[in-house]
Design a protein. Structure first.
Length: 190
């Protein structure tokens, strides 16, 4: 995969959403949030994903994390990146921010059963990025790190493990299955 114009535009769009408009940080630390979607894009590129899937990975949190004054919509993404990218972003987005953490995560988990292979790839890369970072932070700071989250540690880790298992069960031939299995083992070590 070459560094295409679409990938460049996706990086700029995600950068504006997460960094320029809100200076969003990773939970519990002073690291720009943009590192996460860029990592997701890199994981997808290394897995041999298509340009649209990589762009969707880079954009995957723009709808759910955008601020009201600069709200990102499916239509905006479709206009700039096409319907396939927009549909992939929507498929992995938590659209109901009014729900409790548990309700949002249950809804997100249930959506995995309806995902296409491309959506499963984006979600896989998202999980791998999040889990490896969580485990690294835990190894550096212990359980105190989890105070920054909106759920107790057991529920957070349980959600990640359930999601990983569901994705592997749905698509065992996923090119990221081995990485998902490693992520699950890492979570189980906490």
């Amino acid at each position: 995969m070459i560094y295409t114009e679409k990938i460049q535009r996706a990086i700029r769009f995600s950068l504006k959403t997460h960094e320029v408009y809100q200076k969003q940080k990773r939970k519990g630390k002073d690291i720009p949030y943009i590192m996460h979607p860029l990592t997701v894009g890199l994981i997808l590129a290394r897995a041999g994903a298509s340009e649209d899937v990589i762009a969707a990975g880079i954009l995957h949190d723009t709808i759910e994390d955008s601020i009201a004054e600069k709200k990102v919509t499916r239509e905006m993404i479709a206009e700039r990146f096409g319907d396939q990218v927009a549909d992939l972003v929507v498929s992995v987005s938590e659209m109901r921010k009014d729900l409790s953490w548990e309700e949002r995560k249950q809804e997100a988990f249930e959506h995995i059963a309806t995902f296409s292979h491309d959506s499963l790839l984006v979600k896989s890369a998202d999980l791998i990025s999040n889990v490896t970072e969580i485990v690294d932070d835990y190894e550096r700071g212990g359980k105190a790190y989890f105070a920054a989250f909106n759920a107790p540690i057991d529920k957070l880790l349980g959600h990640y493990l359930r999601s990983i298992t569901s994705i592997i069960d749905r698509w065992p031939a996923n090119p990221l299955t081995e990485d998902l299995q490693k992520a699950a083992r890492m979570l189980q070590s906490i």
